[in-house]
Design a protein around this ligand. Structure first.
Ligand code: GRF
Length: 204
């Protein structure tokens, strides 16, 4: 089945750009069906528009509650036949309405080696903790905050000269390779979930 992605973002959208580049180069067999954001003015939406991709900024403040807000997001995703959700810098906790629309088909990208440093400001948390290694994690989304089964991780060194911007840039570099790679595993139907454990066919 063709993989039709709904990409959720709240900020820059550099990971959206990495997904689009992987699709354009043929490394990722998928289509970005729609880009959705909780921040109508975010650069990620502008990137999507520049690529002619349907994109919607949906403000939570315009809805009486989270379920109504997420119902609107899901309606946009369905309109464009999205069958897989990618949280790429989406800075909100997914509620049951959104999760329920993409059961087993929703992944998140987090800028730390989970289970270390979940939640906001993961890069700052890693620096404050004084770790020598950090990185990024791609995981399935469950009801917790950054707690779902881990699919893939990539480490980077933390240097003594790092500040948040430098470490974030190093993590971004590996994110931009790892996220499209994981998506291609799904496109090839190689990802199998068994409780907390994710088995990827073809990996050692
Ligand atoms: C990434 O570092 C991701 O791990 C985190 O938010 C950041 C999004 O960056 N969840 P961008 O918007 O893709 O540039």
């Amino acid at each position: 089945m063709e993989m039709r992605l709904a990409v959720f973002a709240s900020g820059e959208g550099s990971n959206l750009a990495a997904i689009l580049a992987a699709i354009e180069s043929g490394a990722l067999q998928a289509t970005v069906a729609v880009v959705l954001s909780d921040r109508p003015d975010c650069p990620a939406l502008q990137r999507a528009e520049a690529h002619g991709i349907p994109s919607y900024g949906v403000s939570p403040a315009d809805f009486p509650n989270k379920a109504a807000f997420e119902t609107a997001l899901v309606a946009h995703a369905r309109r464009w036949q999205a069958n897989f959700a990618v949280l790429a810098g989406y800075l909100r906790i997914c509620g049951p309405t959104l999760r329920g629309a993409f059961v087993g088909q929703m992944i998140n990208l987090h800028p730390a080696l989970l289970p270390a440093f979940p939640g906001l400001d993961a890069v700052g948390q890693a620096l404050a903790a004084g770790v020598r290694v950090s990185g990024c994690t791609v995981h399935l989304v469950d009801e917790g905050v950054d707690t779902g089964p881990i699919i893939a991780q990539q480490a980077v060194p933390v240097l003594q000269s790092d500040d948040v911007d430098r470490l974030r840039a190093r993590i971004h570099e590996v994110e931009h390779r790892l996220l499209p790679t994981v998506l291609q595993w799904f496109a090839e139907d190689r990802v199998h979930i068994n409780g907390r454990h994710v088995f990827v066919e073809g990996l050692p």
